[in-house]
Design a protein around this ligand. Structure first.
Ligand code: 5AD
Ligand code: FES
Length: 349
């Protein structure tokens, strides 16, 4: 397997057949080699820096009904909340004092917030903190809406594609369409956002053929960011009884994405840290170079429960800031509190 890994390292290219052969045959030794090569690649592009993003989960209302997700519309046990503008601005102020220069506003697909509300919010954060980048993660919208957010000053947009296998996508997302998802990602790119796509690992029925599709899709889309985390069941969803994705497979995917898209911003996700106490550290060692600690107010943190066992639900923002720094340093990396733009966008402020 070493020759395939070296080839991807050297060319950032792989065919579907090569990726499938690799995934079907990796053993402990080749996995270690893959992580090592991914680590070298991240060092050559971003050095040993890990970029920090302050995550604000501002609403857990959702009009969608994704089978895996704890805040799906049909979950009557979800304790719903919305943060008002003042509270969100306060989270940003606190985050700014802790050193954060990127704020990620994430929420369920909540029609309560109009485009005008989002525009007002983005403008207010930008005017309070002109040195900060704003990332939105609020789901599928029209191209026109995305354009308005961009014009208001939003810099980046996260919209995971979740899985690039159409049949699986449609099974998991009743009343959503795979084509619409891909269209949104294309729209976001055309508008000029730094765009994040990504997928879950270990979904029921998902296998190596599916991961190959995800990897080839990402290679083609060329997103600036890729979010990859293990699927973890949530007790009040139809997938409550399913198995979680594994740390091992998730880290293999992180390494492959690092080799296929060397410049990508790649978080070691909270889901990975929730699956395993050392999950985020392992994700960084596999090629990850971003972490997204939570800045949401403590009184709502335990309500944004996409999956069971989520970490940091009882912790203050300042606690997470210190905790994550120690974790990053424990595996030999260095915290970088700058905006942390994609290398191709460093001149664009
Ligand atoms: N397990 C892991 N990740 C999940 N997400 C949603 N539900 C789960 C779950 N049960 C992920 C989706 C979404 C992101 C915000 O969280 O990939 O895009
Ligand atoms: Fe929140 Fe460790 S990052 S407690």
């Amino acid at each position: 397997m070493k020759n395939i890994i070296d080839q991807i390292y050297n060319t950032s290219e792989a065919t579907g057949d090569e990726l499938l052969r690799l995934l079907n045959n990796v053993d402990e030794e080749s996995t270690a080699y893959l992580h090592l090569r991914a680590h070298e690649k991240r060092l050559s592009v971003y050095g040993n820096k890990v970029f920090m993003r302050g995550l604000i989960e501002f609403t857990n209302y959702c009009k969608s009904n994704c089978m895996y997700c704890g805040i799906r519309r049909d979950n009557k046990n979800a304790d719903r909340y919305r943060l008002d503008t003042e509270t969100i601005l306060k989270c940003c102020r606190e985050g700014h004092e802790l050193g954060y220069r990127t704020f990620v506003l994430q929420g369920g697909e909540d029609p309560f917030y109009t485009d005008e509300d989002i525009v007002t919010l983005v403008k207010a954060i930008k005017s309070n903190h002109p040195d900060c980048a704003i990332t939105l993660s609020i789901g599928e919208k029209s191209k026109e809406s995305y354009r308005r957010y961009k014009d208001a000053g939003a810099d980046r947009y996260l919209l995971r594609h979740e899985t690039n296998t159409k049949t699986l996508y449609e099974k998991l997302h009743p009343d959503m369409s795979y084509e619409a998802r891909i269209r949104c990602l294309q729209d976001l790119k055309e508008i000029g956002f730094q765009v994040g796509a990504g997928f879950m690992v270990g979904l029921p029925g998902q296998g190596n053929e599916d991961y190959v599709k995800d990897l080839l899709f990402l290679k083609k889309l060329q997103p600036h960011m890729v979010g990859i985390g293990p699927f973890i069941p949530q007790q009040d969803t139809p997938l409550a009884g399913a198995n979680s994705g594994t740390l091992e497979t998730t880290c293999i995917m992180l390494s492959l994405v690092r080799l296929l898209l060397p410049k990508v911003l790649l978080p070691a996700t909270t889901a990975l840290g929730s699956l395993d106490p050392k999950g985020r550290e392992r994700g960084l060692q596999a090629g990850g170079n971003v972490v997204m600690p939570n800045l949401s107010p403590t009184n709502v943190r335990d309500k944004y429960l996409l999956y069971d066992g989520k970490i940091c639900t009882g912790d203050e923002a300042a606690h997470c800031r210190g905790c994550i720094e120690r974790r990053i340093q424990s595996v030999g990396f260095e915290v970088d509190m700058s905006r942390g733009d994609h290398v191709d966008r460093l001149t664009q402020k």
